[in-house]
Design a protein around this ligand. Structure first.
Ligand SMILES: [Zn+2]
Length: 189
């Protein structure tokens, strides 16, 4: 936008000298640079998200936010940009994942990513991947009521496992939740 505006301003300035063609040529020269700058900025942001490793996030709040964003992207995986970002995230995770294919779904998901015909079936697999990220986060902060609460929400609302959701709520209660968290426990029960 900056380059487009700059180009337009300079074009207006040049047109004052009654040379219309020069102004148009100048704008045409600036436009590709503007498009490149926009693309570079946009792809850098996207690349930043893809390279997040949940194990390396240092606070519960950052993990909580990351899990929330991934969860929303899975819900809207039909959107091409969400799909690209999720696949990038999966690729980055799989590269550094030391777990066997029995303990982490990332390997199976990577192999089958282009083979899904039913979007609900695909979502199920992605949610299993997210469940792994949540469990990994909880193993890093086992006493965090916020993460157990997020896990309970995920179990209840996204994969409809009521039993596991209640179990996570029970653990949340054992880890001294604050007033807001207590209210959420009451709400989910
Ligand atoms: Zn993995």
């Amino acid at each position: 936008m900056f380059w487009a505006s700059l180009g337009t301003c300079l074009q207006a300035f040049i047109e004052k000298d009654n040379n219309d063609d020069l102004g148009v040529y100048f704008f045409l020269c600036v436009a590709p640079f503007a498009a490149y700058a926009y693309y570079a900025l946009f792809s850098r942001q996207r690349w930043g998200f893809m390279r997040i490793n949940v194990r390396r996030l240092k606070s519960v709040r950052l993990i909580e936010r990351h899990i929330y964003v991934v969860c929303e992207m899975i819900e809207r995986i039909y959107h091409p940009q969400n799909r690209i970002e999720l696949e990038g995230l999966l690729r980055y995770h799989t590269k550094s994942c030391r777990k066997s294919s029995d303990s982490c779904i990332c390997h199976t998901l990577s192999l089958n990513i282009a083979r899904f015909e039913d979007i609900q079936e695909e979502k199920k697999m992605w949610y299993k991947f997210l469940k792994g990220l949540l469990e990994e986060s909880i193993s890093k902060f086992p006493k965090s009521p916020r993460l157990h609460l997020q896990h309970a929400y995920f179990q209840q609302d996204r994969i409809q496992n009521r039993f596991k959701a209640l179990y996570e709520l029970m653990i949340t209660e054992e880890n001294r939740p604050d007033l807001r968290e207590e209210f959420l426990i009451f709400h989910y029960k």
